[in-house]
Design a protein around this ligand. Structure first.
Ligand code: ADP
Ligand code: MG
Length: 354
């Protein structure tokens, strides 16, 4: 006769046999997975990465792709040609670019494609959430300060009068954007320098992934980096964040297995005038280069967002900048002019090698 206890025991025994089998199977499966990972890692490590560097987007762009030979070369070609396409399309100094056309339309409507519409719309989103600290209408101001001169660095600063006049030329309200056309107030000019780099890298990664879904590597556009999969398929990439006051030292290191990281600093493009540093990122409120931060780093999934946000929080400075990042649930680090470091709550997660 079965009482409740024995029944339970028999079931337990059955369970144990089943569990033993399940255990054996799991151990075999687990060993097989480990072996596969080891083989994959060994293979990827043996073939390593193909790395190429080109000057685009006004900086050095590096693409690293796993493997060697014509396949890797072809993928890198695809990446660079996409970056080139976007660089040409949104460079305000290129007479053939859509941006040049928009900026020289003298207050008339200009037809635009979806890509241009979407990038401008995204830029306006960042203006909107930052109370216009991020502003793509600063073209005249950037020109006035001499940052469009390719051959020389500025040697003086504009007069207060010229800056005031210029301030009247910009602002998100000077843009009328529709699905397939745009109109700017006549003396307003767009500059997408704070976001186009991130967008170009995202698109390059997209194109390469379309051709090689298992690709690993990264695209680094002057320190704005998008990771494509774990290093050797298993490891995080360690990314050094430059000490803003040293040529070769890192102030921090983060570990990324994917996603993007962008840094805006006052050490990228700047000049000194009467002992004072003037950089290429402007505070639209004052018409002068932003001074609340000397470096701002943002980590996010897409580089287009990290890029725009790094510029945004650079202008906002550490207090408002960290507040905005926390509000958006995005991690970042901002360094002020006394080299004091401010981080979002989640930033330390990336500082640990996992
Ligand atoms: P970098 O190009 O050095 O990585 P950023 O991503 O911060 O740095 O972009 C800086 C560029 O953004 C400037 O060269 C200029 O073209 C543009 N810019 C400057 N000030 C602003 C601003 N307040 N909002 C949006 N774009 C800006
Ligand atoms: Mg930026």
């Amino acid at each position: 006769m079965w009482n409740r206890d024995s029944k339970v025991r028999i079931e337990k025994d059955n369970n144990r046999t089943r569990r033993n089998k399940a255990w054996q199977l799991s151990i075999i499966a687990f060993s097989a997975i480990i072996l596969l990972i080891a083989l994959y890692t060994f293979n990827v490590r043996r073939s390593g990465y193909t790395v190429r560097r080109e000057f685009l987007l006004d900086t050095y762009v590096t693409i690293a792709v796993n493997g060697k030979g014509s396949n890797a070369d072809k993928l890198i070609d695809i990446g660079f040609s996409e970056i080139k396409r976007i660089d040409e399309k949104f460079n305000p100094l290129n007479e053939k670019s859509i941006l040049y056309k928009i900026n020289h339309a003298a207050g008339k409507w200009v037809k635009i494609d979806k890509e241009t519409h979407d990038l401008i719309e995204r830029s306006l989103y960042y203006s909107n959430i930052s109370n216009d600290a991020f502003d793509i209408t600063l073209g005249r101001l950037i020109g006035l300060w001499g940052f469009y001169s390719l051959s020389s660095t500025p040697t003086s600063i504009p007069s207060k009068d010229d800056i005031s006049k210029c301030i009247a030329s910009y602002g998100a309200d000077k843009i009328e954007l529709e699905k397939d056309r745009i109109k700017l107030r006549s003396n307003c000019a767009l500059d997408l320098g704070g976001i186009a780099k991130g967008y170009a890298v995202d698109m390059a990664v997209l194109r390469m992934k379309e051709n090689a879904p298992d690709i690993t590597g990264y695209v680094d556009a002057g320190g704005d980096i998008r990771i494509m999969g774990k290093k050797y398929g298993t490891l995080p990439w360690s990314v050094g964040i430059r000490d803003p006051r040293s040529e070769d030292k890192s102030i921090d290191v983060v570990y990324l297995k994917g996603g993007s990281i962008a840094t805006s600093g006052d050490y990228e493009r700047y000049f000194f005038y009467k002992g004072k540093r003037y950089c290429h990122i402007f505070d639209p409120k004052t018409g002068f280069p932003a001074t609340k931060a000397i470096s701002a780093t943002v980590i996010s999934k897409n580089l287009v967002d990290a890029d725009a946000l790094a510029t945004t929080v650079f202008v906002l400075g550490p207090i408002k900048g960290i507040q905005l990042l926390n509000q958006l649930g995005v991690d970042g680090m901002i360094i002020d002019k006394d080299k004091k470091i401010y981080k979002t709550k989640g930033f330390e997660y990336y500082e640990k090698r996992r």
